[in-house]
Design a protein around this ligand. Structure first.
Ligand code: ZN
Ligand code: ZN
Length: 381
C-alpha cells in the first residue's frame, strides 16, 4: 500500500468510526416512528374501532413499498437485474418515495457501496460495527450520501433526477396524502392514515432494515462462507423475499433472491409476472451450474480431510459438472449463431438433459459419501 492509499484508508476509517449525528433521520425515527408505533393502538384504545378499510389501505401501501424498494430501488436500479418499462419506472419512484427510505439515487449509491466494499469501513452499513449500527445506527450516525459517482447510469435518467430534486413533494404525496386520500374515499380517513400511513411506514422501514442487520447475522451460508450475508426464511418472510441474502451477495445481478421456485420471494414473483404485462423485461439469472459450483465449493470448505472414496466421488462430480457446463455453453453459442430451430441444438439439448441427470446422481452420491465418511458436519439442502 502506498503512502497516499494508506492516508485515504485512514481518513475513511476515521470518518466512518466517528458518530456524527444526522438530525433529519434522528427527527424522523424519533417522531414519525414513535407516532407510527403508538398512534393507531391509541386510536383503538379511544374506541376508534377496527374496519376492513384501514387494512385494505395498509396492504395496498405495503405492496407499493415492495414495488418501490425491493423490486425497483434494489433489484432493478442497484443491481440492474432486469429492465423496467416507463410505467414501471414511475411506479418504482412513487412506491420508493412512499416508504421514506430516501431518494432512489441515495439508496442505490449506498447499496452499491455496500456490495462493493461489503463488511469493510467503506460499507455504509458495515455489520462489523455491530447489529444496531447496521440496522439503524448508520442512518443517524453518518452524513447522507451526496456523491453519486457510482451511479452514472441512474443520474442520466430525468425521472430519477426529478425525484432526487423534488423528493419532499414526492414523499408528502405518496407517503402521507395518498393513504389519507384513500381513507377519505373509503370513509375511514383517520384510521386509514394511522394504520395505512404511519404504522405501515414504521413496520415497512423496520422490516427493510432487517436485511442489513439480521440477514448479516443469523442464518445459513450455503453459497459462500466468506460473506457475512446469510440465508434466512424468517428474514425472507419479513423482508418480502430479501432474506436469501447469502445467495444475493454471491450472485447480486440475479433478479431472484430466493432462486428456487418454492423460496418465498414476492419481489421475484412480481418481476417474473411483470414480463407478461410488459412492465419488466430482460430478467437476469445465474446459470444453474454456477449455483451448484458455489454450493459444492462451500461444502468442500467444511471438509477437513478427504478419504480416498470421497476423493473419487469428488472427481466424478467435477467431471459431471464440467460436462453439463460445456454442453450448456455450446447450446448458448449455437442459439446466438443459428437461432432456436437448429437440429444440432435439439441434439445438444437432449445431451444436456442427460448430463444434468448424471450430475444430479454424482452430486447425490458425493453428498452420501461425505456423510458416510463423516468428514465434517454436513447438512444437505
Ligand atoms: Zn447485504
Ligand atoms: Zn443488493
Amino acid at each position: 500500500m502506498t503512502k497516499t492509499e494508506a492516508a485515504q484508508t485512514k481518513s475513511v476509517s476515521d470518518s466512518t468510526r466517528k458518530f456524527s449525528p444526522n438530525w433529519l433521520p434522528i427527527f424522523y425515527f424519533g417522531f414519525v416512528h414513535t407516532l407510527g408505533l403508538l398512534a393507531w393502538p391509541t386510536y383503538l384504545l379511544l374506541g376508534g374501532g377496527i374496519h376492513w378499510q384501514e387494512f385494505a389501505i395498509f396492504f395496498f401501501m405495503f405492496f407499493m413499498g415492495i414495488i418501490g424498494i425491493n423490486v425497483g430501488y434494489h433489484r432493478a436500479c442497484s443491481h440492474l437485474s432486469f429492465k423496467m418499462s416507463s410505467l414501471m419506472r414511475f411506479l418504482v419512484l412513487f412506491g420508493g418515495a412512499s416508504v421514506a427510505e430516501g431518494t432512489l439515487l441515495v439508496w442505490c449509491s449506498d447499496h452499491r457501496r455496500h456490495h462493493k466494499f461489503q463488511d469493510t469501513e467503506k460499507d455504509p452499513y458495515n455489520i462489523n460495527r455491530g447489529f444496531w449500527w447496521a440496522h439503524m445506527g448508520w442512518m443517524i450516525g453518518s452524513p447522507s450520501t451526496t456523491d453519486f459517482s457510482n451511479c452514472p447510469d441512474l443520474v442520466r435518467d430525468p425521472w430519477i433526477r426529478h425525484q432526487n430534486k423534488y423528493y419532499g413533494l414526492w414523499l408528502v404525496v405518496s407517503c402521507f396524502l395518498l393513504p389519507l386520500g384513500l381513507g377519505f374515499l373509503l370513509g375511514r380517513p383517520i384510521a386509514g392514515f394511522l394504520l395505512g400511513g404511519l404504522m405501515r411506514l414504521f413496520l415497512f422501514n423496520q422490516f427493510t432494515f432487517l436485511i442489513n442487520s439480521y440477514a448479516h447475522y443469523f442464518g445459513r451460508r450455503p453459497y459462500s462462507t466468506e460473506l457475512t450475508a446469510r440465508d434466512s426464511l424468517i428474514c425472507a418472510i419479513f423482508a418480502h423475499g430479501e432474506g436469501w441474502h447469502n445467495f444475493h451477495h454471491k450472485f447480486p445481478f440475479d433478479f431472484r433472491n430466493g432462486h428456487r421456485f418454492f423460496h418465498y420471494d414476492p419481489a421475484k414473483w412480481i418481476i417474473y409476472f411483470g414480463q407478461f404485462v410488459g412492465l419488466t423485461s430482460r430478467l437476469k439469472t445465474t446459470p444453474v451450474q454456477e449455483i451448484y459450483r458455489a454450493r459444492i465449493q462451500t461444502h468442500r470448505q467444511k471438509v477437513v480431510t478427504e478419504c480416498a472414496h470421497v476423493k473419487t466421488m469428488s472427481e466424478a462430480l467435477d467431471a459431471a459438472l464440467e460436462q453439463w457446463t460445456s454442453l450448456g455453453l455450446e447450446w448458448t453459442r449455437l442459439k446466438a449463431e443459428f437461432g432456436r430451430k437448429s437440429a444440432q441444438m435439439k441434439i445438444l439439448s437432449q445431451q444436456s438433459k442427460t448430463a444434468r441427470q448424471e450430475f444430479k446422481v454424482a452430486y447425490a452420491t458425493w453428498k452420501q459419501s461425505l456423510k458416510a465418511a463423516q468428514a465434517a458436519p454436513f447438512r444437505a439442502g
